[in-house]
Design a protein around this ligand. Sequence first.
Ligand code: ADP
Ligand code: MG
Length: 394
Amino acid sequence: MDNSNLYIGLMSGTSADSIDAVLVDLSSETPQRTPKLLATHSVGLANLKLPDKTPIKAEIKALASPCDNELHRMNQLDRTLGQLFAQATNELLTKSELNPDKIMAIGSHGQTIRHYPTSNTPSSTNTDMTYTVQVGDPNSIAQLTGITTVADFRRRDIALGGQGAPLVPAFHQAVFEKPGFSRAIVNIGGIANITVLAGDGSPLLGYDTGPGNGLMDKWIQQHQKKDYDNGGQWASQGNIIEPLLESLMNTPYLEESPPKSTGPELFNSSWINNHLTAFTTANPADVQATLLEFTAQTITQALKRHTPTPREIFFCGGGAYNTILMQRLETLLHPNLIASTTQLGIPPEWVEAAAFAWLAKQTLEGKPGNAPSVTGATEQAVLGAIYPGRNFRM
Ligand SMILES: Nc1ncnc2c1ncn2[C@@H]1O[C@H](COP(=O)(O)OP(=O)(O)O)[C@@H](O)[C@H]1O
Ligand SMILES: [Mg+2]
């Protein structure tokens, strides 16, 4: 195959809401180096089942903590998700009327089911014991699409003593940095992470600030059987419970210095319930309002730690569609400029998938994908493993 600059990125985040697939043109000559989004496709996970009829989303959540028969269940999920990632890719190609041999590679993040970097294992100071697990078999993806697939991006960084996360800041820097301008990119998925692009040549900064939508999703699922609080409407009907907010803000993770990353191993339903033991009669909508405020304040606090606070702040991830959350962030971050990444050329829901397309390109070109100043790895590394497709040439 001729060298093509067409790459596909596949992402399924901790929210386990959907598999997001993007087809991007990563030609370096595109204006401002922003990848050109040629096609997008999303496969919702909410109603999908494993071959034995277990709901996939429930199985992802179950495997996030110790459970029965883990090894077998994890590998069944791995195979099924691999097939679904391939399906998402094939549907994306049909939409874009492209033949697989036009695509240089797929970058697949996979689905994280466990993430134990140092900061999630306070009792363990031994970085040799840290690990992160993503499933979604890349062999199945390469086989069923015919396209070379790059996957398992995080574990090389972990092997270098890093957090293995977040990986998106290096991509944010490559495509969104504007020399002379102080910018931040905030990704609000299940967990929220920030990237600070100082624009003055100082080292890249980025880390997980804490929960994004994850806690609000869990709370509304528990009380209203809805996947998420559309537009933050339910939260807007409640009042913030100040002592509860104070107790949430006392979480030690928030005070830890970066590098740091986190996940549902820490911020989960039992974590909410532990905080609620002193508020058993609280109105559920008030709790939702408090969780929204908690997300807004932890993101703001993290951004304001960097002086001067980044002037332009661009939001991505599904949280960018939570109107009430965004209004709160706008107020808290005033007078800094707030916008969505659409203004930078990529709508919020596709940024992370585009990042994994870019990471695949970095790998094929033998270039590093991690930023040690972000992850804490001892050095940069070419990330991931390559699963050859039909046109693969060494
Ligand atoms: N219209 C909306 N209103 C409120 N929240 C939304 C909306 N659309 C998406 N979200 C939130 O975004 C989440 C998905 O965001 P995403 O960036 O895919 O996260 P992840 O990377 O964890 O999968 C949903 O679970 C939901 O909480
Ligand atoms: Mg998602």
